[in-house]
Design a protein around this ligand. Sequence first.
Ligand code: HEC
Length: 473
Amino acid sequence: MTMSGYVLLSILFILLVMLVIMTYYLRAVDKQQVLEEADDIPATIKVRNVVTAQTFVYTAIVLTSVCMLVSLYLIVKGTIWEGHLMEWMNIVIRLMHITFGIAWIGASFYFVFLENALNRTKDVREELAGNLWAVHGGGFYYLEKYKVAPKTIPKHLHWFKYEAYFTWLSGFCLLFVVYYFNAKALLIDKNVLDISPLAGISIGVGSFVVAWILYDLICKTSFVRKGIWFALTGFIICIGFAYFYCHVFSARAAYMHFGAMLGSIMVANVFFVIIPAQKAMVKAATENQPLDPKLGKNAGLRSLHNNYFTLPVLFVMISNHFPSTFGFEYPWVVLAIISLGAAGVKHYLNLKEKGQLSVWVLPVSIIILLSAAYISAPQKPGECKSVVSFAEVNAIIQQRCISCHSASPTDDFYTAPPNGITYDTPDNIVKLKDKIMQRVVLTKSMPQNNKTNMTEKERELIRCWIDQGASLK
Ligand code: HEC
């Protein structure tokens, strides 16, 4: 282990000790609060104590985990366990990201549904905006929405914010694990733009900040209330970002950055606008001050924007599994079309929940989505002039693929065959012919970033060989 490894391990040890102490402290504060329930210490101070202690503990947990991971990484760096550690980090963080994401988007869908489905007319008390009866799991639920705020703010008020923050944090970590640690192999495609990993990472992270500032600035003007014009402008700016990413990063990384950019705007909306507005509303209600109606309206609008972002973001998050999307010659076009179509579907769902039947929004959205499938469909192949032998194909694969896809790869980055795919034996090549067709001929997403400089002629030969039955002769 290197010197820095030891230093990190020591820091880790100190943090662990701190964590234990803080946990005890937190328990003490908790107990104290229960014991002194009746005394005259203002409740806010006690609550603040607990919250500060909690923040400490959470910070310590996060720091400890980060430290533990970094030390572990330094210990296994350069050994056969490095890839294994990365894979497990990927699994764990991805699982967290998906789980937090479901909780966040699920709550967001639920509240938009609630808002749209409220009974606003029958038996609604004066102070209420509406109510809703529901049955779920093992019981019946009755929910009420207030027009403004209840007369007294209840002590236990549930806030929806950590789902959003943790989705973003885990997503950001995942971006590092998948794309930034492997920037040379996965983020950067020399055939797109030859930049250094550091430049790539800075552009990636910087673009999220720029996107938020731009969006937030536009939202602060009166243009935000211009409905369709605002949406159209927003969409054009999104296309701009998609185009930019696809001309800086590898197509796959470009897609992920587009999704991460929208996701960052969504979380920033929660963090910088929605939660502060809610806090101000609670404060005003607690102090019996008049409520500024602009706050709620503004937060509601940002929340609505988030609602439209969800489906495009979800599409991007799964697009990495579908080379026919990012593998298209103009990947940003597919990205733009699917974002538009997905937002259209969301618009239809929103209208439907409000009971407004729209006859054209859904069909148009579906046509838009299908047009992405249409334009990215493979071209009709040309005639194959002669019979291609296995020997020819094998020679190409040995030259262009085996550096990565072999039991013992020689590639400077991949030390194990990616996805376990190897082409060491003729049988393997024949068995995997459909995948080869998909990745090498139809989407041209292999060799990865065309690192081994495969030519169009070679792709054509492989296609003919597969079309002719992929025989071993
Ligand atoms: C620079 C390394 C590299 C080279 C060279 C390379 N690949 Fe890959 N390949 C990868 C990586 C990494 C993955 C996994 C990520 C992905 O699916 O894009 C992969 C995945 C694949 C998959 C998908 C496997 C699955 O489980 O779906 C196929 C098929 C494939 N490669 C075929 C090829 C063929 C054929 C060639 C040669 C023409 C080739 N690759 C050259 C790195 C490489």
